[in-house]
Write a protein that binds this ligand. Structure first.
Ligand code: PMT
Length: 407
C-alpha cells in the first residue's frame, strides 16, 4: 500500500526514520513530506536515502517555467496516489492547523486534498498535550474519523515526566497495517441503525426513558460506515458525537423513531435495531405540568408501537437484526423474540451487570444466528462488539446471496 508520511517539527522527528523502515518492512511504499520545522531536527537526505524518493519539503519548491505548475499541483497528485496519510510526530501546531483547515505549506495543503485514511501520532510536551486547545483540536480531528495514536507516558525531551512521547514506530506501523487490512465487506449495503433511548412525555417537563447512552448503536454505525456501507442512524436523545460519514436523524419519541425508520425503509438493505425504545407512553399528555399532591399518583400508559415487530412484517428481502435486553434466561428469551418478530439475527445482552450493557463502554453479547446457534462475544469494548456483530451480518449476507444466485 502507498503511504505518505508527514513529519512535523518536534524532537521525535528522528523516530520517523525508524517508522519509514517499519512501514517498509510491512510492505508499504513510503513517500515522505517534511514541514519546515521538521527540517530543523532531521535532514531530508536521511529520508531520501531510506525511501529512494525525493522528499517533499515546500509547496513551491521549483523556480519558473513548467516546473512551477507541476509543483503547484503536486499536493493533489500525492493526495491521489496514496491511500494512507500518517503524520508522526504530529505537533500541537499541526493538529491546530489541520483542525482549522489552514493550508500554508505542503503538508497542510496535502491534508486538505487527501481523501484516504488519516493517522495522527501526536508528540509534544505534556502541558501542551493536556492544554484545552489541543484537546479541542483532537476532538475535531477524531470526529472527522481520523485515527489518533495517543502518545505514551515517559521522560520527555524537556526533562519532565508525563504524557507526550511518540509511541514506538513499530506500534505506529502496526496500526497503519491494521487500517490497511480493514474489511470493506459492507460496500453497496444501505444500513439503517437505531440507537439510544426514546423519551415519552408525561407532561410538558417530565418524561419516561431509560439508561441507554447510544454507545452500542453509534459504534455499529461507525464500524458499518468504515466497512463501506451507506449508514443512516436514527438516534434517540444522546450526548455523544455523530460518527463520521453517517447520516444521523434525531428523534425523541417511539412514534418519531417509527416514522424515521419506515420513511427510510425503501432505500434500506439491512436494519439493525439497537435502540432501547420505551415500551409505554402517555397517549394524552396533559398541557400543564402535573401538580405535586400528597396522594399517590397513577399514570395511565399505552403500549408504544413495536417498531421491530412491524419491520419484521414489512421487511421483504431486507436483513433484520434485532436486539434483546434481558435480565434472565438470555438466550431462550432472545430466540423467542427473534422468531416472534421475524428477525434474521438477534443480539442478546444481559443488562443487570455493572460495567456492561446500558450506559457502559463495554458489552457482552450472544449473537443468535438464523439456525438458533448462539455466538458469544465479549466482554469487550463496544467498538469490538460492533465489529463482531457486523462480521456475522456480512457472513449472513454473503450466504444468502450465494443461495439466491447459485453459480
Ligand atoms: O445505548 P447503550 O448505553 O450503548 O446500551 C446498549 C443497549 C443495552 C441499549 C443495547 O445493547 C440493547 O440491548 N438494545 C435493545 C434494548 C431493548 O429495548 O431491548 P428489548 O428487549 O426491550 O427490545 C427488543 C427489540 O425490540 C430491540 O431491538 C428494540 O429496539 C425493539 N423495540 C422494542 C420496543 C418497541 N416499542 N419497539 C422496538 O422496536
Amino acid at each position: 500500500m502507498r503511504v505518505v508520511l508527514g513529519v512535523g517539527g518536534g524532537i521525535a522527528a528522528y523516530k520517523s526514520a525508524e517508522l519509514v523502515r517499519a512501514l517498509q518492512q510491512r510492505g508499504h511504499d513510503v513517500q515522505v513530506v517534511m514541514t519546515r520545522a521538521a527540517r530543523e531536527f532531521i535532514q531530508p537526505l536521511t529520508f531520501a536515502a531510506l525511501t529512494g524518493r525525493k522528499v517533499i519539503t515546500d509547496l513551491f519548491s521549483q523556480s519558473g517555467g513548467e516546473d512551477t505548475l507541476s509543483s503547484a499541483v503536486e499536493h493533489i497528485a500525492v493526495a491521489h496516489e496514496n491511500e494512507v496519510l500518517v503524520v508522526a510526530p504530529a505537533t500541537a501546531d499541526l493538529l491546530a492547523r489541520f483542525s482549522h483547515g489552514l493550508a500554508d505549506d505542503f503538508l497542510t495543503t496535502l491534508y486538505l486534498a487527501f481523501e484516504g485514511k488519516v493517522v495522527l501520532a501526536p508528540a509534544m510536551n505534556s502541558a501542551m498535550w493536556e492544554h484545552a486547545a489541543t484537546k479541542t483540536n483532537l476532538g475535531i480531528l477524531q470526529q472527522r474519523g481520523h485515527v489518533i495514536i495517543e502518545p505514551e507516558e515517559g521522560w520527555l525531551a524537556c526533562g519532565t515526566l508525563g504524557a507526550g512521547r511518540l509511541p514506538d514506530p513499530v506500534r505506529i506501523a502496526e496500526q497503519v497495517d491494521s487500517i490497511t487490512r480493514r474489511k470493506r465487506d459492507l460496500t453497496g449495503e444501505s444500513i439503517l441503525i437505531t440507537a439510544g433511548p426514546t423519551q415519552e412525555a408525561l407532561d410538558p417537563v417530565r418524561y419516561i426513558s431509560n439508561r441507554s447512552s447510544g454507545k452500542m448503536g453509534y459504534a455499529i454505525a461507525h464500524a458499518a460506515a468504515e466497512r463501506g456501507a451507506r449508514v443512516v442512524l436514527v438516534s434517540g436523545p444522546v450526548s455523544i458525537p455523530a460518527p463520521h460519514n453517517v447520516e444521523v436523524i434525531h428523534v425523541r419519541t417511539a412514534q418519531e423513531m417509527r416514522k424515521a425508520v419506515f420513511d427510510h425503509l425503501e432505500e434500506t438493505s439491512i436494519i439493525i435495531k439497537s435502540a432501547a425504545v420505551a415500551d409505554y407512553y402517555m397517549a394524552n399528555v396533559p398541557q400543564q405540568k402535573l401538580k405535586k399532591t400528597a396522594t399517590r399518583l397513577s399514570l395511565e400508559l399505552d403500549p408504544t408501537p413495536d417498531i421491530l415487530a412491524e419491520a419484521g412484517q414489512r421487511k421483504g428481502d431486507r436483513l433484520l437484526i434485532g436486539f434483546a435486553a434481558e435480565t434472565e434466561n438470555l438466550v431462550e428469551e432472545a430466540r423467542r423474540k427473534m422468531i416472534s418478530k421475524h428477525c434474521d439475527m438477534l443480539v442478546a445482552n444481559l443488562v443487570n451487570r455493572d460495567g456492561l450493557g446500558f450506559d457502559a463502554d463495554q458489552n457482552e453479547v450472544d449473537i443468535i444466528l438464523p439456525s438458533g446457534q448462539a455466538v458469544h462475544a465479549g466482554p469487550a469494548d463496544k467498538k469490538d462488539i460492533a465489529e463482531r456483530i457486523l462480521d456475522q451480518v456480512a457472513t449472513l449476507r454473503l450466504h444468502l446471496r450465494a443461495v439466491e444466485k447459485p453459480a
